[in-house]
Design a protein around this ligand. Structure first.
Ligand code: ADP
Length: 535
């Protein structure tokens, strides 16, 4: 009972626990994803992502401008060095770099493109630059001391936004200014280039918009937006809110739950069906085992009591005629042979079950082996009108590597069944046929036959076909499972042709030189030299 329980548990593990575990994991993942898609969670996440992206844009502008607009006062008059400098330090979205040198009320300005080449300012650029630098020019004229000036942004002319830094000489007086004029289109492109990868890493479906005007909604969704810092401060960066509406969340939730609940239901249904199947199989097996015990005890007891009775007769001297003594002796011999066969089957079965069965393969003449086995089997049946006809093959087949004892025992099992289930028709044909790649040993009877539905099951251990006729005959239910094991150990198989009431033909098919299809233990023995008598 405990073994049955343990086996059922082993069954339940893969069929119930594993699918349920998988379902739980999937359900957990779904809930987590729903949670992350919930309106507020997603909105917070997007807002946070947008903040990180705009911070990065701001940092990049500050950092690049600081590098491009840091120039020692001594270099200010030298336009060539400045050109090289601007060519090496680029500010994203820059259209024109400029350097201005103050000299009293006068000033001189040089303009450069992004490759550091001198150029003329665009329309409006010179005015924007003048407007941005005028207060530093005044500071120059008034000789003001300016300690460590930073970057200044002038966005009064929105088409020509200027970032500039005053140039200070060692005495901390302003001697000029360097700066960059930003282009709106180039800057938008540059900002999108900086921010998009950061956003996509955090929220792959998000769509970023940057500009002076950001709509409140886009594609039916609210837009989350925030102003830019440092430069383009009247612009906003906006991100489309991909989060679901509460109705959508509820619908998705319902869909997922319905799906997983349905899945769980079917998995459980399947598991219950499998568990019931397993329990039924186990019950059938234990029923078969108890039948086996009662059948085997009967099988053992019957020949033993015959042997005892005949032995007693002979010991008491009740039989004196020579032919009677021989007859009783033959009975005793035949019954003990049956006992030996039965005990061999049981021993073999237990070895097969515990994987201890060893086969000893030697080259053998299969025809000779079959003929001898049939002859020995027929001796005790002489007086029972049993006719066992042996049909050798037309040409002797090649020698095969076989375990003679195991093959002989398999054949005895088939012959024994042919007699047991002959239903009074005592004609049996044993045939050996050989083809190019196999040797077939078949045993044909004209007995009760086997319904086609039973053909597979009769090879199971302890299985006995269900017909009433079979139950009149005692048996262990082990014979055919041993025959099949022996055939498979030789790399072969057992075939059955039969129908109810029409007799049966069992054939052991041995491959010419095939591999064993069961992992069998083979014993090392010295094979006796082979003599082929009829060769
Ligand atoms: P046993 O004969 O001891 O019951 P076997 O394993 O040899 O066990 O056979 C299993 C079942 O196959 C038998 O119970 C019987 O129903 C069926 N069977 C085997 N051989 C024959 C046969 N020659 N004719 C009819 N039925 C057979």
């Amino acid at each position: 009972m405990r073994r049955l329980f343990r086996r059922s548990i082993l069954w339940l593990l893969p069929v119930v626990v594993a699918p349920l575990g998988a379902l739980l994991v999937m359900q957990y993942k779904t809930l987590r994803s729903l949670e992350s898609k919930s309106a507020s969670a997603q909105r917070n996440w997007l807002r946070n992502s947008l903040e990180i992206a705009t911070d990065e844009v701001e940092d990049r502008y500050r950092h690049d401008s600081a590098a491009a607009l840091t120039i020692p006062a001594a270099e200010l008059p030298d336009v060539t060095t400045l050109g090289h400098h601007f060519a090496r330090h680029h500010v994203s979205g820059a259209r024109t770099y400029f350097a201005m040198r103050f000299s009293g009320n006068m000033y001189e300005t040089g303009y450069f493109d992004s490759r550091g080449k001198e150029k003329l300012p665009m329309e409006g650029e010179a005015e924007a630059v003048k407007m941005a630098t005028v207060s530093w020019h005044v500071a120059h004229k008034w000789n003001r001391i300016v300690p460590q000036p930073g970057l200044f942004v002038d966005e009064r002319e929105s088409e020509h936004r200027v970032i500039l830094r005053p140039v200070i000489d060692p005495s901390m007086h302003v001697v000029g200014a360097v700066g960059v004029v930003l282009d709106e289109a180039l800057s938008r492109e540059a900002m999108l280039e900086i921010a998009t990868p950061i956003l996509h890493k955090r929220s792959p479906e998000s769509k970023l918009l940057i500009g002076a005007y950001i709509p409140r909604t886009s594609g039916g969704r609210d837009l989350i937006s925030q102003p830019l810092g440092f430069v383009f401060t009247n612009w906003r960066a906006g991100i489309r809110d991909m989060c679901m509406s509460p109705e959508e969340v509820a619908a998705a939730d319902f869909r997922h739950n319905a799906m997983w609940t349905g899945g769980a239901f079917f998995v459980l249904l399947g598991a219950v069906a499998l568990a019931i199947g397993a329990v039924m199989r186990q019950t059938r097996l234990s029923q078969m085992k108890s039948d086996f015990v009662s059948n085997v005890s009967h099988e053992l007891r019957t020949p033993l009591s015959s042997i005892r009775v005949f032995g007693e007769y002979m010991r008491l001297g009740r039989v004196t005629q020579a032919d009677k003594v021989r007859e009783y002796g033959e009975y005793i011999e035949a019954e003990s042979r049956r006992l030996t066969a039965l005990i061999n089957n049981i021993l073999d079965f237990s070895k097969i079950e515990s994987a201890e069965k060893q086969y000893r393969f030697c080259d053998a003449d299969v025809t000779d082996l079959v003929e001898r086995t049939v002859a020995a089997f027929a001796v005790p049946l002489r007086d029972q009108n049993v006719v066992i006809a042996f049909h050798p093959p037309a040409a002797p087949p090649p020698l095969l590597r076989v375990d003679k004892d195991a093959l002989g025992q398999a054949l005895v099992n088939l012959l024994d069944n042919a007699i047991k289930y002959s239903n009074g028709t005592n004609e049996i044909d044993v045939r050996v046929t050989a083809s190019r790649d196999s040797v077939r040993i078949s045993v044909r009877d004209h007995g009760i036959g086997i319904p086609v539905v039973e053909h597979k099951k009769i090879f199971e251990k302890f299985y006995r076909a269900g017909s009433g006729l079979v139950h009149d005959v005692k048996g262990s239910g082990l014979g055919l499972s041993i025959v099949q094991h022996v055939a498979q150990a030789h790399g072969g198989r057992v075939e059955v042709e039969s129908a109810a009431g029409e007799g049966s033909t069992f054939t052991i098919v041995l491959p010419g030189g095939g591999q064993a299809i069961l992992p069998v233990r083979t014993g090392e023995i010295a094979c006796p030299p082979l003599r082929r008598e009829n060769a």
